[in-house]
Design a binder for this molecule. Structure first.
Ligand code: HT7
Ligand code: ZN
Length: 875
């Protein structure tokens, strides 16, 4: 296939003013009648072409006249119609087959034939699997949707928009109509039909609109939807307060499904969620999952303005809505919970998922220049790095300036399909600043390295910071341009006190913290009246998505870890010190850096004033993927062992007695699991302490973990205990696993965790464990969550297990990918990204991975999705 290129963009020759859909729903066969009122751009004289994939065409007419065979042609996903003109009305009737749709794109069945329900997923190009349409985001139409179905089997009929009537039909059927007053692209169309329960609440917007908020799920889990409903209300209030944006329909539906390719979908007025991100209940959800539910509910809701009211001109602009919406969610979550913990979590995610993407053959810019399969571009780069770019610009403008810019963006582009240039222009124009330099961040792949060097002139009391930047080549981009890199910084005296900052140049800040912007290859910044040789705290709050290279001594990092007032940079100093410790750890021996890391953390462990959650984060060294990212030849087993050695040293430094005492103190707080920040923080630290204890006193830790497992009042403690037992291969693991399996036999989300916790057992045993679990009756490749819970957890989150020395996991995964691809290409392609980074593996593993990939690439009939990923990964 030839790629689609950004530079080839042309406005649509044909657009649709209004679409009327009449849909007769059935599980095996659904008939979709559509009536399109067409608009033609007089400048373009191309024939009318509409997208349609796998549609069985039953009838077609133009301007009221049935079309003969020569009047149209339907081939290879395109319906070409002759004789249409501006204002023409095209009517088509097609049949689609929901129950046979295993790709979960278009109209499909969730759950069983007997009890399941029908739903749609249209982003990015699913609508063409439902009806003929110009399936591109810059064609915005008004939707009138009428659904018809058997009342007994499909008592609930939903589509996006305001309700516009419903009633009975002969033969036990019924109908419901919805009109959406806001023109929208077809990727935001949605319907749901089946037996569903709901909880609801009235909401009054600040501009006086009464909105009904309704959450729908299957009956057995409807009680698990209350947390999401609260989160939705919090999100709505927050968007009103922070951005002045309120909801714009009379009803807002949210539906949970267990069969979903991604996390959730922001369909206008009818959000659809993977149940994993909607249902929350202390018995089955961990604290992390509660926070994820709140974050995803917010994210989808925020799309109503950033994505729906202002949508994307084309899919190259995907980050316009995704990066911006991730950023808005991050702001919201920071306001609702702890801001520094949220920042730590997000930066850790960026480093774990996006940095490896940027460093390997799948590297692509936040706004790619070309793609083959758009579904492969819902990546950490578009989402997470995209959010970092918005954060940099927002930081540059300041809170009020950013709000002014966003107001102008909405004012200019409401109801339009916009571009990233439009976004930057609005933000810049509102503040009389030219932000064009930031466009390079959108068009250039790769993580810049920011090299920093400080020099102190004791005679002049001057501190000179020399900064330089360099971005390594990425596939197809050998030469990189310098980028504007905002560096937020403070200086610390050797006694741990913040020093006031004095510069000549322009900088923002409050005296002790400033932002300097490196916008050339190299630049020097001079700070005056610096009383003594300082320790710089650089890139505070992670002010730019770069890798900082500064030759800190272990003592300097320990100083920042102990004294930095910026919670994020405090953690970051600990991470950098851990990296240094890792790099300098010798077999069987520790190093100055490792001792400094252990000592500083042990001292913080003793401090009463230390926040429990931050302490837990500080005690957690960078993950195996992050360590691997820094190495030119990767041996995942060695990384795993070495990281564990560091944790072992840390546990020894803190000491068994202190760990036990802390564990007991934290465990004393049993009873009903409470969700307040303090309770969550205690559980988080308790898990961490138990994991450290397990390294130096396995027997005692296993006994405590087994007791914690059986007495836990919520999933956070239960799963933490189970994980310790399984990972340490404790004798008590088998009975706990059997108990969990039985207790949650009917709960798919809990059962997913049972698969995952076992798929994450480190090292050689993992593959056999995974193979065995495949024969569990609850395992199926047909359900994305289940496939991810086992195969995804194994291949993407268990480096020492997946990259076993004999390379046996590579052909195993390749074989599963072929099977999965036949069912669901999107999921297969995503799981295949686990091979990213294979080129940097040590030679034996590298060779085995290459063989597996090459044989996969030779396999006949791979989907475009999977073959694109395999082809790119091999490059
Ligand atoms: N905007 C949504 C993207 C999405 C999606 C994309 C491809 C295939 C299936 C999908 N389901 C949802 C999710 C979001 O970012 O909010
Ligand atoms: Zn999104």
């Amino acid at each position: 296939t030839t790629p689609i290129r950004l530079r080839d963009y042309r406005p649509p020759a044909w657009s649709v003013e209004a679409i009327e859909l009449e849909i007769d729903l059935g599980i095996d066969s659904t008939e979709v009648s559509s009536r399109l009122t067409l608009r033609n751009d007089p400048q373009q004289s191309t024939p009318l072409r509409l997208d349609g994939e796998g549609l069985e065409l039953l009838a077609i007419s133009l301007d009221g006249r049935k079309l003969e065979a020569h009047g149209y042609r339907y081939e290879q996903g395109v319906l070409e119609v002759h004789g249409a003109h501006d204002g023409s009305v095209l009517e088509t009737r097609v049949r689609v087959r929901p129950a046979a749709n295993t790709a979960l794109e278009g109209l499909y069945l969730s759950g069983s034939r007997e009890h399941g329900f029908l739903l749609t997923q249209c982003e990015a190009e699913g609508f063409r699997h439902i009806s003929f349409f110009p399936d591109r985001p810059d064609v915005l139409a008004r939707y009138t949707v009428t659904l018809r179905a058997d009342r007994e089997r499909f008592p609930v009929l939903l589509a996006g928009g305001n309700p516009a009537g419903s009633g009975d039909l002969p033969d036990g059927r019924h109908w419901a109509r919805f009109i959406d007053p806001h023109p929208k692209p077809c990727y935001l169309f949605a319907l749901v039909a089946g037996r569903l329960e709901n909880i609801q609440r009235d909401y009054l917007t600040t501009d006086g609109r009464k909105v009904k908020l309704v959450i729908w799920s299957e009956a057995n889990v409807i009680d698990c939807c209350h947390y999401a409903l609260d989160a939705l209300e919090r999100s709505m209030r927050w968007d009103e307060r922070s951005y002045g944006r309120s909801f714009d329909l009379d009803v807002f539906h949210v539906v949970a499904t267990h069969d979903f390719n991604m996390g959730a979908m922001e369909n206008k007025g009818l959000n659809i969620f993977n149940a994993k991100y909607l249902l929350a209940d202390p018995d089955t959800s961990t604290d992390d999952e509660y926070r994820a539910v709140e974050a995803v509910v917010a994210h989808e809701y925020f799309h109503n303005w950033t994505g729906n009211r202002v949508t994307c001109r084309d899919w190259f602009q995907l980050s316009l809505k995704e990066g911006l919406t991730v950023f808005r969610e991050q702001q919201f979550s920071a306001d609702m919970n702890s801001a520094s913990l949220k920042r730590i979590e997000d930066v850790a995610l960026l480093r774990r998922t996006q940095f490896p993407e940027d460093a390997g053959p799948l590297a692509h810019p936040v706004r790619p220049a070309e793609y083959r399969e758009i579904n492969n571009f819902y990546t950490a780069t578009v989402y997470e790095k995209g959010s970092e770019l918005v954060r940099m610009v927002a930081g540059r403008l300041g809170q009020e300036g950013f709000r002014r810019g966003m107001d102008l963006y909405f004012e200019r582009h409401d109801g339009q399909a916009a571009t990233i240039e439009d976004f930057l222009s609005a933000l810049g124009d509102a503040n009389h600043i030219d932000l064009a330099a930031y466009l390079t961040w959108y068009s250039q792949a790769g993580t810049p390295r920011l090299h920093a060097k400080g020099e102190y002139d004791a005679a002049r009391h001057e501190y000179t910071l020399s900064l330089s930047q360099q971005t390594r080549p990425t596939p197809g981009e050998p030469d990189k341009k310098p980028l504007p890199i905002p560096v937020k910084l403070s200086l610390f005296g050797r006694d741990g006190q913040l020093l006031p900052l004095h510069t000549d140049g322009e900088a923002q800040g409050d005296g002790a913290e400033k932002v300097i912007v490196l916008d050339r290859a190299t630049q020097r910044f001079v700070f005056k009246q610096v009383a003594s040789s300082p320790v710089p705290s650089l890139l505070r709050g992670f002010s730019a998505p770069v890798v900082l290279e500064y030759n800190y001594t272990p003592d300097e990092l320990a100083l920042l870890l102990t004294h930095d007032a910026d919670g994020f940079n405090r953690w970051e100093a600990g991470q950098q010190l851990a990296m240094l410790a890792f790099d300098t750890l010798r077999d069987g021996d520790d190093s100055v850096a490792c001792r400094a890391w252990c000592k500083a953390l042990a001292a913080l462990f003793e401090q009463d004033a230390m926040d429990n959650a931050l302490l837990a984060d500080l005690l957690t060294p960078p993950g195996e993927i992050e360590f691997a990212d820094r190495q030119s030849e990767v041996d995942p087993a060695r990384i795993h062992a070495q990281r564990e050695t560091m944790q072992h040293r840390l546990a020894e430094q803190i000491g068994i007695d202190a760990l036990l005492a802390r564990y007991r103190a934290l465990a004393a707080d049993a009873g009903e699991p409470r969700l307040d920040a303090g309770s969550q923080a205690r559980r988080r630290l308790k898990r961490c302490v138990l994991e450290l204890l397990a390294l130096i006193d396995a027997e005692q830790a296993n006994t405590l973990a087994a007791r914690q497992y059986s007495t836990a009042s919520g999933m956070t403690d239960r799963l933490a205990a189970l994980s310790v037992l399984v990972r340490r291969r404790a004798p008590q693991a088998a009975s706990a696993l059997a108990h969990f399996r039985e207790r949650y036999a009917d709960n798919p989300l809990a059962l997913d965790k049972w698969f995952t916790v076992q798929a994450q057992v480190p090292d050689e045993p993992a593959l056999a464990v995974v193979r065995k679990l495949e024969s569990d009756p609850a395992f199926t490749l047909k359900n994305p969550n289940r496939a991810r819970s086992l195969l995804g957890a194994f291949a993407s989150t268990n480096p020492s297990g997946f990259h076993r020395a004999d390379g046996a996991a590579y052909p195993y995964l390749a074989e599963r990918l072929v099977q999965l691809d036949a069912l669901n290409p999107q999921i297969a392609a995503r799981l295949a990204t686990a091979f990213n980074g294979w080129q940097r593996l040590e030679p034996l593993r590298r060779h085995a991975a290459q063989q597996a990939l090459e044989s996969l690439a030779r396999h006949e009939g791979l989907s475009p999705n999977l073959s694109e990923i395999v082809g790119n990964v091999l490059k």
